[in-house]
Design a protein around this ligand. Sequence first.
Ligand code: GLY
Length: 572
Amino acid sequence: MNTFLRTAIVLLLGMLCVACSPAGRVRHANGFSDSFRSAAVAADHPIASDAGAQMLAMGGNAVDAAVAASFTLSVVRPYSCGIGGGGFMVINLPDDPTHGFVRTAINYRETSPYDADYYERTGASSTVGGSAVAIPGTVAGLVYALEHYGTMDLKTVLEPAKKACIRGFVVDEHYADNARELIERFSDDPGMKTRFPLVWNTYLAQGTIGVGDRVHNIGQLKALNWIESFGQEAFAEHRMGGAVVDAVRSTGGSIRVADLLAYRPAELEPVVAEIGGRIYLCMPPPSSGGVTMIECLKILEQLKYQHGAPDEEEQLHRLAEALKHAFADRSRYLGDPAFVEVPTDRMLDDENIERMTKMIDDRAHASSSYGTHDALPIDGGTSHVSVVDAWGGAVAMTETINLGFGSLVGVDEFGFVLNNEMDDFTTVRGKANAFGLVQSERNMPAVGKHPLSSMSPTIVLDADGRVLLVAGASGGPRIITGTMQAIIHAIGGMDAGNAVASPRVHHQWLPDRLEFEDGFSKEIRGALEERGHSIGDRDAVGNVQLIQRDPGGGGWLAASDPRKGGTPAGID
Ligand code: GLY
C-alpha cells in the first residue's frame, strides 16, 4: 500500500476514533503528583503536560499526546530539548483502536556530520558553537511517530505549542537557575553576546531574566507553522534548512542541507527483560539507558536488594556496586550498533550477571575489576515525558539538546537553539565528556553515527502485559540512576509522588565516587566511606517523570519531579 493511501486510512480511522472515543476534560494536578482515572501525562513543565492532556481529552492516543507535549517543551523548556535536538520514544499500545497492538522504539537521536578524529585533529569544541552541533532528529522523529502510530494531524498536535509561542511562558526557578549560570559565562566572555544572540537576547533577556518574567517566541511560531505545512522537509530544506546550516557555519561548524535531508529516524526492537515477574521495555543502543539499567536491576535481583530495608547501609552498598558493574560495561562496550558490535546478549546473560554478583562483598574494590571482561577485544539539557491513554497505551519519550541551551547556537529567525550532542561521543580518546563519562573508542564519531546516550525511556508491564509504570528522566548519566531508583521505589510500594521525590544516589563507575542527594544521614555516608567508597554530593540525581497504575484503584498516579518544577495533567 502506498504511503499516501496508508496515511489517509490511518487519518480517517483516527477521525472516527476521535468522534467515538471517551473524550473528557483536562484536569491539572494539584502539586507535582496526582491521580487521574482515565489517562495522564507527566512532563517536566505544566504547559507541556497540559498540551499532551488536551490531545487525550480530544480522544487522541498516547503518541498524539507525546508529540504535542514534545513540540510544546521545545517552546517552554528551550534549554532542555527542542526541535534542534533529538530523542527516543518507547511505545506500547496493547489495544489501540486505530493501530491495534504496537510495541516499538523510535530512535531520532542526532547523528554526526564528522569523522572519528575530527576533534583530535582540529581541537574544535564539542560543547559550544557550530562544531558541537550534531544533525537534529526531533522533527523527523515526531512526524514519523505521528504518521505511523498517532491518530491526529500535525495541525492539531502543534496547536498548544503555537499558543505557547504567542502567549509566552513564565520563567520558573529551574529556568532561572540554568540562566544564572549561563549569564555568568556570557559576562566573562562578552564576545558570546554577539555570537549567540538568540540565547542572549531572547532566552536570557540580556542578562536580566528572572523568576516571574514572561518569554515569548514568535520566531519558533514561524518554525512551527512551516513544520505544520511541510513536516520534516520544512526543517531540512527551504528557508529553515538554510538557516540551520548558516547558523552552524557562522559559529565554527560545517553541516550541509544534504545532511539535514538525509536524516532518517529508525524503528528498533525495544530491549525486553523479565525481572521479578515484571516485563521491562527499554530503549536499545544507541541508548545506553536500557542495557545499563537492566544489567544493574538483574544484579540487584540476585543480591536480593530491597530499597527501604532496615539495613540501609548494606542496601546502598549493593546498589553502588551493581551500578559500578553496569556503568563499567556502558563505558567499555556501548556505542551505535549500526557502526560497532555491541555485545548486549553477553552483558545481560545469566552466567555473566552471576559472576558480577559474586564479586560483590562488603567492600568497594578497584575500578578496573568491575563489569564484563573479555566480551569483546577492548579497543572505550534533556526532558522526559510519560503518557498513558484511555486504552492502556503508553509512551515513554526522552529528548535532549544535551547541555543547557545545547551548543548556544541559535537559529535566530526561527527561535530555537541547536544541540551540542557531539559531546556525547568520545571526542578525544581517554578524555571525559561534560558529564565526566569516560567512554571507549567504540563511541567515537563517524559520519551518520549516533552518539551514545543515557536517555532511558522505560515502560514496565505486569505479567499479563498491562502497563504498570512509565518512567524516564533528564540529567545525563543520572538519567539511568534516577529512572531506575524511581522505578525501584514504586515497585517497592511507594506511590508515584513519593517514588519520584525520595532521595537518590548516583555512581557511574568513573569517576569512582558515590554521590548523595540531600536526605541521607551523616552516619550512613560515613559507614559507606568506611567500606571504601569515595563519597560526594549531588544536587539532583536526574529529574524523573513517572506514571504508575494506581495499586488501590483503576486509575493512574502521575508525578513530575519536584526537582524540576513540572506538574502532570490528565483526564478522569
Ligand atoms: N545528552 C544526554 C544523553 O543523551 O545522554
